[in-house]
Design a protein around this ligand. Sequence first.
Ligand code: SAH
Length: 443
Amino acid sequence: MRGLLAANTKQLVRSIHSVAAPWRSTAVGRRDSSCSSGEENAMLRHLTSKIKATGPISVAEYMREALTNPVMGYYVKKNMLGADGDFITSPEISQIFGELLGVWAISEWMAAGRPDGLQLVELGPGKGSLAADVLRVFAQLRSVLSAASVSLHLVEVSPLLSGLQAQTLLGTDQEQIRDDAPVYKSGRTQAGTPVSWYRRLDDVPPGFGVFLAHEFFDALPIHKFQRTERGWREVMVDVDPDASGRLRLALAPAPTMASSTLVQPDETRDHVEVCAEGGVIVQQLARRISRHGGAALIADYGHDGTKTDTFRAFKGHRLHDPLETPGCADLTADVDFSYVRRVAEPLAACVGPLAQRTFLKNMGIDVRMEVLLRNCDDEATRDQLTSSYRTLTDGDQMGERFLFSALLHPARLEEPRATAGLELEKKKKAAPLPVAGFAQIRF
Ligand code: SAH
């Protein structure tokens, strides 16, 4: 099994065309996607009057409003990605990233026995670059996917970003957003692959799915808690009584519903962040995979239940005070992969987390680089390829800070049961991880 999968992955990476796609730029611009001062004030006024009317709000509510308020939310009204935005992500840095994730999706589909349907589901697709790179690999490896019917399902809250995604994937964004329908937009790629947009994962139809969540979970609201002599207390966002028009963090005087239910009884840290909304989505993924088959790949900067205070903001590629200019800066918190595992495991098997560098090397990034460099005469493109490779894999860049975990059907990691005569079936010990990217494959 292990040998077979290794051979498949190698073969798939080698079969991607050697022609380099038009390479994206890693250069970071000086301009950020700033709001006007009117926009900055509107969100701050909205939050301040809310707090004055009903009291301090949780960090989760603050994040939810600042990021996804339907009118003023950061994700709803801005294109924050790329050199001229607030941050840049791996799929925007190099097409190789999406190509290798495309190979991962195909290898999981093959490992599941090549079902007739393959739903590629992406959570928070940004500009649509990752999905486009995966679909390009699917098209190049059409002979492997044979007759499987492939469809693309995008879970996206931002009407603005859904427009960019449509441009990237369909070449046009002509369709009106349907306000009340679960599928709020749909179309077909030039190659004929159906694409549908949803606001929530729950609205994606059931079926065998490969789910990709890249820099999605870090954008979801977190609750913050602090251990005190009187027990756990929630960290809230309040108006600063000493500075008009400013917000500050303050401890809730008494337990909140969140502090009573979300902190683990055996927690050893003194400060903890819990992304309950992310937990619900991980549970939905695990439930779907256990019922209909499939696999989910979660990639984000994160930790394995060890970090304490990671809530922060980015504006114009720089760290920024998260309580300043809400709605105009990206708010984020590291993903706690131990929490992902805890909520997924009753329903799904979980592998990882593994550093991005290791995952990409296991997937064959070096082989892919070799092929691309060998076929590229243009010095500038070669430099571009090498620099993006370093950004993705170097330990002091994205190579170690970004982690990969996968949720799989529980049967995926079991070795076949052995039968002996009339004895009942005996279950053997679980096999070592034969999952592409998580197992080392010699190329
Ligand atoms: N995956 C992309 C974009 C990351 S930015 C990349 O790596 O380049 C986060 C993405 O998640 C954006 O597309 C944002 O609009 C979307 N998003 C944020 N919160 C969301 C939510 N609650 N539900 C669905 N999408 C969300």
